[in-house]
Design a protein around this ligand. Structure first.
Ligand SMILES: *[C@@H]1O[C@H](CO)[C@@H](O)[C@H](O)[C@H]1NC(C)=O
Ligand SMILES: *[C@@H]1O[C@H](CO)[C@@H](O)[C@H](O)[C@H]1NC(C)=O
Ligand SMILES: *[C@@H]1O[C@H](CO)[C@@H](O)[C@H](O)[C@H]1NC(C)=O
Ligand SMILES: *[C@@H]1O[C@H](CO)[C@@H](O)[C@H](O)[C@H]1NC(C)=O
Length: 615
C-alpha cells in the first residue's frame, strides 16, 4: 500500500490572523503552514501523522504533496524528520485562488510517481487528531478484510459540534457500508452524527473513477474529497465502507487562528478528562425471576428483577501491559495442602471467573473490529470480585461478563450507539455460549443490562426477525418485600438433567402447553405489577411453581429446593425458583410471620435474605 499525505492547501485566513495578532504569542508561527503548527502537547500536527505512519511496515512508500508557496518548510521538516525528501511533490501553486484542489493533488502525485495498481491511503496531513489514540494497523487490517470496496474514516461528533459544518455519513450497522453522504446537511436531513474526515483507503480500481470525476469538471479548482465521496456514494452507488476511529478530528479545510486555539485547548482538556477513564469500576447485579418460563429458548415471556443484595464488580485500569488478574479465591493457584486442593476443587469445581474476563475481551475486540470500530491504543488490567453465591441460579457468571463489558465500553469510550442496549444481552450470551460453551440464554443478561423490573417477550417471530425480543422496564410503586433463601452448602440443582428441552423440541404437547401457560402467567403478572396488585402476583408465583413442578418432576427439582419452597408455604409465602434452581424467591404478604419464617429457614441451615430491589 502507498500512503499519500496531502498538505497543499493554502491558508490565507490563518496566515493573516497570525500576522495581525498583537499578543506576540504567535510570532514564531508566521508563515508556517498549518500542518507544521504545534498540536496538542506541542508536537507538530504532521509529526503526529508521520509517527503513526513511519513505525509501520505496511507502506511501500509515503508521499507528501504540497504547494510552491510552502515547500521550503516541508523540505526542512523532511530532513529533520527522516522523511524521504525526494517523495515530496510540488503542485506549483502559490495562492488559494490558483489552487488545484485536493483531489487533483492526489491525481498529480499518482501521475508524477507513476503509481498504478496499488491500494492507496490518503490522509490530509494538516488535520488535528488526538495523538496516540489509534493504531493505523487497525485501519489497514479492516481495509484488507473489505477488498471489494474503499474505506472512509469517520468519528462521532462531540456534543458541541454541528453537523452543518461537516460531511456526514449514514452507515449501515450490518454491512458497515456508507449508504448516504451528506455534505454539510441541516439537522432535519439526517439524524446521523457520524462525520467523515479526509482519510481514505482507495482500491486500485477507484483511481480511474477519480479521473473520470475530475474530467467532468475541467478547470474547477475547488473540488474536495467531500464532493468526490458524495458523487461516488450517492450517484454511482460505489461501495465504500466506513470505519470509526476513537479520536476526534479537527481543523479540516480553512481555519482561523481562533479555531486553532480553541481546538488545541479542547483536545488538551479531553486528555485531562481521559485521566478519569484510567480506572473504572462497574457492577452488574444478581437477579430474581419473578414469573415466567423457567429457562430460555422456549420463546416465552418472563418478568425478572435486578437486586442489590449481590453483585459482581469489575475494575479496569490503564496499565503498561494488558493483564487479567486472577481472583485469589475464585481462581486459586495456591493451596494449603493437597487435601486443601482436593476440598476446594470438590466444592467449587475448576471454573473461576478469569476465563469470563478473557472471553469477554476476545469477543469485544472481535465485535469492534468486524463492525469497523477502531479501539484506542491502550493496555489495561482487569480484575473482578463477586459476592453472588455460586451454583444457586442467581446469574453469577453473566454478571461478571456484563460488568466486564460495561468496563470495556467505558474505557474505550464505546457508546450505546456502537453497541445498542438491545443487542448487549446477545453479546453477553454469546461470550458464554460460543466462547465458553456455558449453557445460557437471554433472560438473565437482559435484566442485567437493563436493570430494574423488566418484562421480556421472546416471541418467536420477533426473535427471528430482529434477533432480540421485546424488553420493557416496568415502573413499580409500593413494591412489597421479597425474600430469597439458598442452601449454604451448595446446591444439588443441575445434577439431574431434565428432559423438558428435548420434549419441547419434539413438540410434546404437555411441555408446549406448559410453556404457553407460563407466558399467560407473565402477561397477567405484568398487568398486576402495573396495578400494584401484589396478592395477585403472589398467586401467580405459586401457580408458576406448581406448573414447573408438574413438568419437571420432583427428582429434577431437588429435595433441598422443594424443602425451601415447603417451608415458605407453611408460613403462607408464595415461593418459586428465581432461576435454574438452588435458591428460592418468596413473597410473604403477611408480615407478622416474617421473623418466624426467617428463623425456621436458618434453623434448617439455609441462608435467608430480604431482597433489596434495584428498581
Ligand atoms: C453512526 O455510527 C454508529 C457507530 O458508531 C453506527 O452504529 C450508527 O448506525 C451510525 N449512524 C448512522 C445514522 O449511520
Ligand atoms: C501493551 O503491552 C505490550 C506488552 O507488554 C507492549 O509491547 C505494548 O507496547 C503496550 N502497548 C501500549 C499502547 O502501551
Ligand atoms: C448440607 O450438607 C449436609 C451434609 O453435608 C446435608 O446433610 C444437609 O442436608 C445439607 N443442607 C442443606 C441445607 O443443603
Ligand atoms: C430500568 O429501570 C432501572 C431502575 O429504575 C433504571 O436504572 C434503568 O436505567 C432502566 N433501564 C432502561 C433501559 O430504561
Amino acid at each position: 500500500m502507498i500512503c499519500v499525505l496531502l498538505v497543499a492547501g493554502h491558508q490565507p485566513q490563518l496566515d493573516w490572523d497570525v500576522k495581525q495578532d498583537i499578543s506576540g504569542r504567535y510570532v514564531h508561527l508566521e508563515g508556517v503552514p498549518k500542518a507544521l503548527l504545534p498540536g496538542v502537547g506541542g508536537k507538530k500536527i504532521l509529526d503526529s501523522w508521520w509517527e503513526l505512519i513511519k513505525h509501520r511496515q505496511i507502506f511501500n512508500e509515503v508521499f507528501l504533496v504540497t504547494n510552491a508557496d510552502k515547500i521550503k518548510h516541508f523540505e526542512r521538516w523532511a530532513t529533520a524528520s527522516d522523511f524521504p525528501v525526494q517523495n515530496i511533490i510540488n503542485d506549483g501553486t502559490t495562492s488559494r485562488e490558483t489552487r488545484i484542489g485536493a483531489i487533483a493533488d492526489l491525481q498529480l502525485c499518482l501521475k508524477v510517481k507513476k503509481i498504478r495498481n496499488q491500494p492507496i491511503m490518503v490522509i490530509a496531513g494538516d488535520i488535528l487528531f488526538q495523538d496516540q489514540k489509534f493504531d493505523l494497523a487497525q485501519v489497514t487490517n479492516f481495509h484488507g478484510t473489505k477488498a471489494d470496496g474503499d474505506l472512509a474514516i469517520y468519528y462521532e461528533l462531540g456534543n458541541d459540534e454541528r453537523i452543518e459544518t461537516r460531511g456526514i455519513i449514514e452507515v449501515c450497522p450490518f454491512t458497515n457500508r456508507i449508504v448516504k453522504f451528506w455534505e454539510k446537511p441541516s439537522p432535519d436531513q439526517t439524524i446521523s452524527r457520524n462525520a467523515s474526515v479526509p482519510f481514505y483507503c482507495f482500491q486500485p480500481d477507484t483511481i480511474a473513477k477519480i479521473d473520470e470525476y475530475l474530467s467532468m469538471f475541467p478547470g474547477r479548482h475547488d473540488l474536495c474529497f467531500g464532493d468526490l465521496l458524495s458523487w461516488l456514494v450517492n450517484d454511482k452507488d460505489h461501495l465504500i465502507y466506513a470505519m470509526k476511529l476513537p479520536s476526534g478530528f479537527q481543523l479540516i479545510g480553512q481555519t482561523t487562528l481562533e479555531d486553532y486555539d480553541a481546538w488545541i485547548q479542547y483536545f488538551t482538556q479531553q486528555e485531562k478528562n481521559d485521566v478519569r477513564t484510567r480506572r473504572i469500576s462497574k457492577r452488574a447485579y444478581a437477579r430474581v425471576g419473578l414469573v415466567g418460563n423457567p429457562s430460555d429458548g422456549f420463546f416465552g415471556k418472563t418478568i425478572s428483577m435486578s437486586i442489590k443484595n449481590f453483585w459482581a464488580e469489575v475494575t479496569i485500569s490503564e496499565s503498561n501491559k494488558l493483564v487479567l488478574i486472577p481472583h485469589p479465591l475464585c481462581d486459586p493457584t495456591e493451596f494449603g495442602s493437597l487435601a486443601d486442593l482436593h476440598g476446594i476443587s470438590t466444592k467449587e469445581g475448576y471454573l473461576g471467573g478469569l476465563r469470563l474476563l478473557q472471553a469477554t475481551c476476545k469477543k469485544f475486540y472481535h465485535f469492534c473490529s468486524t463492525r469497523g470500530i477502531a479501539l484506542g491504543k491502550r493496555n489495561f488490567s482487569l480484575k473482578y470480585d463477586t459476592n453472588i453465591p455460586r451454583q444457586v441460579g442467581l446469574a453469577g457468571s453473566s454478571a461478571i461478563v456484563t460488568a466486564t463489558l460495561k468496563c470495556l465500553m467505558a474505557f474505550f469510550r464505546i457508546t450505546e450507539k456502537d453497541i445498542p442496549k438491545d443487542i448487549q444481552p446477545q453479546f453477553i450470551m454469546e461470550v458464554e455460549v460460543s466462547e465458553l460453551f456455558i449453557n445460557a440464554g437471554l433472560q438473565d443478561r437482559v435484566v442485567q443490562v437493563y436493570e430494574g423490573l423488566v418484562f421480556m417477550d421472546f416471541d418467536k417471530d420477533l426473535m427471528g426477525s430482529q434477533g432480540f425480543g421485546l424488553y420493557e422496564n416496568l415502573s413499580v410503586q409500593d413494591l412489597p418485600s421479597f425474600f430469597i433463601c439458598y442452601s449454604s452448602n451448595g446446591s444439588d440443582s443441575g445434577k439431574i438433567h431434565s428432559d423438558v428441552r428435548k420434549r419441547f423440541d419434539q413438540g410434546d404437547p404437555e411441555v408446549v402447553n406448559a410453556m404457553e401457560a407460563f407466558a399467560e402467567l407473565t402477561k397477567k403478572a405484568k398487568r398486576a405489577v402495573q396495578d400494584g396488585n401484589w396478592p395477585c402476583i403472589a398467586q401467580l408465583m405459586k401457580d408458576n411453581f406448581a406448573l414447573r413442578r408438574s413438568i419437571y418432576g420432583d427428582t429434577c427439582l431437588g429435595a433441598d429446593n422443594i424443602k425451601m419452597v415447603d417451608i415458605g408455604c407453611r408460613f403462607g409465602a408464595a415461593c418459586k425458583f428465581p432461576g435454574s434452581g438452588g435458591a428460592v424467591v418468596g413473597l410473604l404478604l403477611d408480615h407478622s410471620r416474617w421473623e418466624e419464617m426467617k428463623s425456621t429457614y436458618e434453623e434448617e441451615g439455609f441462608v435467608f435474605v430480604r431482597v433489596i430491589p434495584n428498581v
